[in-house]
Design a protein around this ligand. Structure first.
Ligand code: B12
Ligand code: SF4
Ligand code: SF4
Length: 343
């Protein structure tokens, strides 16, 4: 049984990560895999077919890496310096979710996790691998087991120290480490996140139908969005923060100290009228290094057109005209819908 050496802990803090939380993988419950199976059975994943195809490896961390014994969970605080819900009150400006207002967190975190993993390999003589978001690993239940926070009714991990604004990074290792106590649920009778959701995406507390979630619709969903849902997207052009932002535990949140995760001035509340004018090349330049580049110009512009359609600003119709007969049928449909809505 290893304890993380003091100098590794110190390096973790120096790297701007949270203190480490440790889970013993032999104690990871099979219930999470069962719930994932239910989630997939209900088709809640929509077009995220990678969630279904990776099921066998995702259902338990040791199904992904049988030799792994422990998980070290490290967070990165991305707390905003204002309440993101105020962005929803300015319909001619775009709402970009807090996590995407500067650099891609995968890039920010991965190198640091790799450095920590290197220290573990050196000091504990064990093997170690790092994961942020993209591997078939259920990060939130693992982080709860390790004691970093609990999965709130909105399904995200809430921390008593950082509220909702924490990215999760994981190091799996073959070293057997002394685990921390799991965090318990502190939601109590609160249901603020369930009630604020504009699309009613929670069939029940702790369960999300991703097909209805604006984060899924703006980032993952290709093709046209159902008209009933378009209207509810409001001015959100990339992701959604409503259920996170309303959580009362955010009173303990702190502003991110990593400058790469603090909002860039031009992405705090950009004008829809400016975003719609971006050419493909300008889009790539503006969002290089940002998670937004991942969705590509066409899906981003589709979202911007929906947001203009929801803005009530009929003077923006002129800017939609170039898309009215656009060769991309999704953009054409979006523009025709938005124009008729504004008229
Ligand atoms: C797929 C995915 C999405 C999908 C689906 C989200 C979801 N909730 O499943 C979409 C595109 C919608 C999405 C959106 C967002 N995402 Co995302 N996403 C993921 C990803 C890749 C996998 C999540 C997953 O496994 N989903 C499958 C479901 C079944 O798993 P689950 O949510 O853990 O489900 C648990 C509960 O549903 C619960 N449950 C189910 N039934 C029941 C019944 C009872 C009684 C109980 C108690 C519990 C319970 O148990 C399940 C397992 O234990 C993770 C990264 C990773 N590899 O884990 C990031 C991740 C969850 N995303 C993240 C973020 C930041 C977001 C957004 C906030 C981004 C944004 N601002 O737009 C939103 C939040 C939307 C929301 N309310 O969840 C962060 C969350 C960090 C945190 N503090 O929790 C993660 C962890 C990435 C990271 N490494 O930081 N995401
Ligand atoms: S991110 Fe937005 S749309 Fe998705 S569940 Fe939360 S409030 Fe609902
Ligand atoms: S808003 Fe309330 S119910 Fe939702 S996660 Fe936060 S404490 Fe839990």
């Amino acid at each position: 049984m290893f304890n993380l050496p003091g100098r590794v802990r110190q390096r973790i803090i120096d790297l701007g990560l949270t203190e480490p939380f440790i889970a013993d993988l032999s104690e990871t419950s099979a219930v999470h895999g069962e719930r994932l199976s239910e989630f997939l059975g209900n088709q809640y994943h929509g077009s995220m077919s990678w969630l279904a195809s990776g099921f066998e490896r995702r259902k338990h961390p040791q199904a992904l890496w049988p030799e792994a014994k422990s998980a070290i969970i490290l967070g990165m605080n991305y707390g905003p310096d204002n309440d993101p819900l105020v962005n929803l009150e300015t319909p001619e400006k775009a709402m970009i979710s807090v996590y995407a207002r500067n650099r891609d967190y995968h890039d920010v975190m991965k190198g640091r996790l790799k450095e920590v993993a290197g220290l573990i390999v050196r000091d504990c003589g064990a093997d170690a691998k790092v994961f942020v978001d993209t591997a078939p690993l259920m990060e939130k239940p693992l982080a709860q087991q390790a004691g970093m926070g609990w999965q709130g009714k909105h399904t995200n991990l809430v921390s008593r120290d950082y509220g909702s604004w924490l990215f999760i990074g994981t190091i799996l290792t073959t070293a057997r480490m002394d685990p921390g106590p799991p965090e318990i649920d502190h939601c109590g009778s609160c249901r603020a996140c369930l009630d604020i959701c504009p699309t009613n995406a929670f069939p029940r507390a702790y369960e999300l139908d991703a097909r209805l979630c604006i984060s899924y619709l703006t980032i993952e969903h290709d093709g046209p969005v159902e008209t009933g849902l378009r209207e509810k997207m409001g001015n959100r052009v990339y992701g959604c923060d409503d259920c996170l932002a309303v959580c009362p535990w955010n009173k303990f949140a702190r502003i991110a100290n990593e400058t790469g995760l603090l909002a860039q001035e031009d992405l705090k509340a950009p004008d829809l009228a400016e975003l719609i004018k971006l050419t493909e090349a300008e889009f790539r330049r503006k969002f290089s290094g940002s998670p937004i580049k991942r969705i590509g110009w066409a899906r981003f512009i589709r979202n911007v057109i929906y947001a203009i359609g929801n803005s009530g600003a009929s003077h923006l119709i002129e800017l939609l005209k170039p898309f009215e007969h656009h060769p991309d049928p999704v953009l054409q449909d979006a523009a025709q819908w938005a124009i008729s809505r504004l008229k």
